[in-house]
Design a protein around this ligand. Sequence first.
Ligand SMILES: Cc1cc2nc3c(=O)[nH]c(=O)nc-3n(C[C@H](O)[C@H](O)[C@H](O)COP(=O)(O)OP(=O)(O)OC[C@H]3O[C@@H](n4cnc5c(N)ncnc54)[C@H](O)[C@@H]3O)c2cc1C
Length: 484
Amino acid sequence: MNKDIIIIGGGVVGCAVARLLSRYDASIALLEGGSDVADGASKANSGIVHAGFDAKPGSLKAKLNVEGARMYPELCAEVDAPYGRPGAMVLAFNEEERPTIEKLYQQGIENGVPEIRIIEHDEILELEPSVNPDVVCALLVPTSGLTSPYELTCALADHAAVNGVEFMIETFVNKIERVEGGYKLDTTKGEMTARIVINCAGVNSAKLHNMLSDKELTIIPRKGEYYLLDHTKPLQFTMTMFQCPTKMGKGILVSPTVHGNLLLGPTATDVEDGTAVETTAEGLKWAADAARLTWPKENLRTVITTFAGIRAHESNGDFVIGAVDGNPGAYETVGVESPGLSAAPAIAEYLVDMIEKAEGLTRKAEWKPAPKREKPFYAMTLEERAELVKRDPLNGALVCRCEQVTEAEIRAAIRRPVGARTIDAVKRRTRAGMGRCQGGFCSPRVLEILAEELNLDPTEITKCGGKSNLLVGTIAEAAGKENA
Ligand SMILES: Cc1cc2nc3c(=O)[nH]c(=O)nc-3n(C[C@H](O)[C@H](O)[C@H](O)COP(=O)(O)OP(=O)(O)OC[C@H]3O[C@@H](n4cnc5c(N)ncnc54)[C@H](O)[C@@H]3O)c2cc1C
């Protein structure tokens, strides 16, 4: 396969880059090694659109975080992804932490974060009555937002796909080398070439960089473990509650999600293996103990799952975004750890502007708008639901009871431009399996629907690609083997 442009990695950054590049007259493919887009850090993070007070003033992180956060409301409306702006607080629990709050305030002012101010004990408890009453002061950040990172990534991918970007899933790049007129990629789906390559490979981005450049970069994979609690009404906290940051990151948080669950975590532990997303008893205990400082009446009875994500921490601490030194036509986004989700729209704009100028790309006459989705069934009024069911009975066939997801919604997710191919991919697009039974009830039916829609045998359907098949054969076949 030969393309003008190949993007490596289908996380939020790769998909945001693909979406903006789809405005140009070029043949483009995005190669994703996992079984879906949003298979790396973009599926397992806090989902916070940070306002930008935490990043070091003058850094690329600070600039692109503030710019990205500013772009979020319009972008999410345009591509039809969830976004909310509940605000955040960074809490100090003793006077020794006050200077940290003051420093964050100053950094926020320098970085251009609007509306921030320091508030004291009484106002904190008035705004968030469940906070530890020992709290002394806090930085109030009204513009801190929330999104659904995987839904946003899928929406960006869909918009790129309707404008011609080819998405190649389960296509892992093993090797990249410079050749006459471009680059040759050795992938799990064969050899590919392109005039321009863009490395957005998250935790693997430094490895690809080092295949081209002798100015070595190092990614330290840094694991973050979480508890996810069920959505309850009223939710204990309305804003994202941070503690004072540490040298390992933004510290433990207690935060609502954009879908009204509560999130506790993340830990921050350096690990060898950038794919090691299992949770550990030790990490989770640490997270629960640490979160209790914010929420003394912490109640873990409504925990529905735990999960972990891996940050791509570059040893120099800033994002590395731009042209790969000494390699014309090669570009990269390396070390995109937090606030990478918040910065993603601005990272894409920054990089694509650079590529347009350097490579002489020209815009297409038409850039199609992003596909719109039906309002989710769970968000509809009873009257809206009744109307919908009248149109098509599949709109009334509830597959996921916990999250109120219908068969019509699952079929639509599989038929999207970058459609779901696995049970987890359906979950990320529809929320089927996200609820308190974690797919115990709906997975068999989701599997059947996937098999029907994709015209595959049910034994070929996986949870998340690779060898994660749920079924191995029929009972009759198993009985036959036993009797043989
Ligand atoms: C615990 C945690 C909490 C976080 N919280 C926040 C937050 O609240 N707010 C915020 O702004 N940011 C947060 N972040 C950071 C944010 O998640 C990341 O910055 C962002 O998701 C990075 O996106 P990406 O596209 O660069 O990387 P990824 O999402 O990791 O995508 C890279 C993709 O490349 C693919 N890939 C890798 N190697 C290859 C290869 N060789 N060939 C083909 N494909 C390949 C991977 O499968 C993956 O899908 C958090 C991160 C973590 C881990």
